[in-house]
Design a protein around this ligand. Structure first.
Ligand SMILES: [Zn+2]
Length: 205
């Protein structure tokens, strides 16, 4: 059950980051807002930008991805809370989720049932992180080594530079190993290292 509580905490409790300073005698504790709250803030922020009286070309569009994700999580949490009879705190899926956890673990639950909930909660945390810190994208000037394209199309518009490299903002180990590349003309995917090698081979021939 601790795994389930950890998964609930990951969404609803402030993230605590420990930083050891210089001679390691001092620890500076940095806390960050809970993930679900950050997602909610992101929606409020983009809604207020949408409604502001700026010129049309200065308006930033509503972050519809964040909104969809928030609605999906809220409705699932509401269903769970109704199922467990734990009550729904309107507009606060974090508190609703914590209430659900307390009620849900009162009964004996099978391992599979718990694991399924943990998986869903981890999925939400990962989806929120992706929404808040989207991967860095960098397009490359080279033609695609697979299809040779120098341009690509989306919604009837033509764009140059079809190759794009995506890198995580917070790599777990090695940025290069965790970066991937895609050709937006032929949809071929590479690891960043693999693409670099292919481009080098092309340049030599
Ligand atoms: Zn291609």
């Amino acid at each position: 059950m601790t795994e389930l509580l950890d998964a609930v905490d990951a969404l609803t409790k402030p993230v605590i980051l420990h930083h050891t300073i210089a001679d390691s005698r001092f620890t500076c504790i940095v806390t960050d807002t809970p993930l679900l709250t950050r997602l909610q803030d992101e929606i409020r922020f983009s809604l207020s930008r949408e409604g502001s009286k700026s010129l049309p070309n200065q308006r930033v569009p509503l972050n519809s991805g964040a909104l969809m994700l928030f609605m999906r999580i809220s409705s699932q949490v509401t269903d769970w809370a109704n199922g467990a009879g734990s009550g729904v705190v309107k507009g606060d899926p974090g508190r609703t989720l914590r209430g659900w956890y307390v009620a849900w673990v009162q009964q004996v639950r099978g391992d599979g049932e718990v694991a399924a909930r943990v998986r869903i909660l981890h999925g939400w945390a990962a989806a929120i992180r992706r929404e808040l810190d989207p991967p860095r994208m960098k397009d490359l000037p080279d033609p695609c080594p697979a299809c040779g394209a120098v341009e690509w199309w989306r919604d009837g518009e033509r764009y140059p530079r079809p190759l794009v490299v995506e890198s995580p903002r917070n790599p777990e180990k090695n940025l290069i190993d965790e970066s991937t590349a895609t050709c937006r003309a032929c949809d071929k995917r590479w690891g960043a290292r693999e693409l670099a090698y292919e481009l080098e081979q092309k340049a030599e021939t």
